[in-house]
Design a protein around this ligand. Sequence first.
Ligand SMILES: *[C@@H]1O[C@H](CO)[C@@H](O)[C@H](O)[C@H]1NC(C)=O
Ligand SMILES: *[C@@H]1O[C@H](CO)[C@@H](O)[C@H](O)[C@H]1NC(C)=O
Ligand SMILES: [Zn+2]
Length: 295
Amino acid sequence: MSKLFKNIFTFLLAVGNAYAQLPRPLVNYPLGLSPVFDQGFFSGTASPPYTVQQWAPGKAPQACVNELAWNNCISGRAVVYNITYNDCNKPWVMCRCENADLSINQMANFFGRMPVHLRSVVRHVMATHQDGCSAYAITGPDDGDIVMQGNCNTQSVWLHETGHQLDARGLGTGVGFSTSQIFTDALWNDTCVADDYGNTAPWEEFAQMTVVSQSHAIYGYIQQQQYPGCFDYQLAALENAFKLSYLTYGGTCTTRIPPTPPVNAVWKRGVSRRGVKRVGPCKFDHLVTTHTHKH
Ligand SMILES: *[C@@H]1O[C@H](CO)[C@@H](O)[C@H](O)[C@H]1NC(C)=O
Ligand SMILES: *[C@@H]1O[C@H](CO)[C@@H](O)[C@H](O)[C@H]1NC(C)=O
Ligand SMILES: [Zn+2]
């Protein structure tokens, strides 16, 4: 046995059946999803109009204080906003560290380009400073936040992170769809995964397929496939479960998760994190910025 094969084999034995289906031999998008889909998201979607109300300094939602502190944001540098889109009367409370790479209008715009029922699986949206871009989702049953670390100015990254929340919350049972029998069977039926990142875990593949299915919802076909149809079982599984309830434009925001309560926005250095479930940091190659939002 080659060393690589032996390692993979040992890995498969160690993690058991649910994960034994990755890595798959083929990837449909060798350069990742951004070069294929981001231009289409930019031209094919628009955020509804929204208002921005900045909170007075000194308070921030509990979940924001926790994550910003952990992200090396200096105490007192949290900037908090209510973003109210005209398709939902309750605001999303978004938090930035003062030195975050994304502006509040970039955050509101990228988030707003998703259908309102898909936005509704997210509680707080946060942004911090970092070189490059990585992102993660906090998916515990009492959570629901997405965190953009660095200049994550492509729609595919926003859809990917929201996809992790959809995975965790979409069925309303607290059980991740990506590790359900339906999705793992579909993955097994298929001959490819979306891209190399999707090949790292079923939940990363699910998140990448959320990106693909959003493009499918907008354009009605799947662009630039290396192996046409090779991930159709997964796509069908995801869309059967979630297309009408989350992925089409229109819908309502009746299933929102309430924001966490405001607390004093001061913290000690080296704060430890609560023991909740985080997915990521997700890393993305070849991000293609299609535009800048001017405000
Ligand atoms: C933000 O929204 C919350 C919930 O709707 C509201 O209670 C609060 O007064 C708003 N704050 C600002 C600054 O608009
Ligand atoms: C897997 O493929 C079989 C045979 O085509 C099909 O009947 C079944 O529905 C597929 N399962 C999933 C979950 O896609
Ligand atoms: Zn991810």
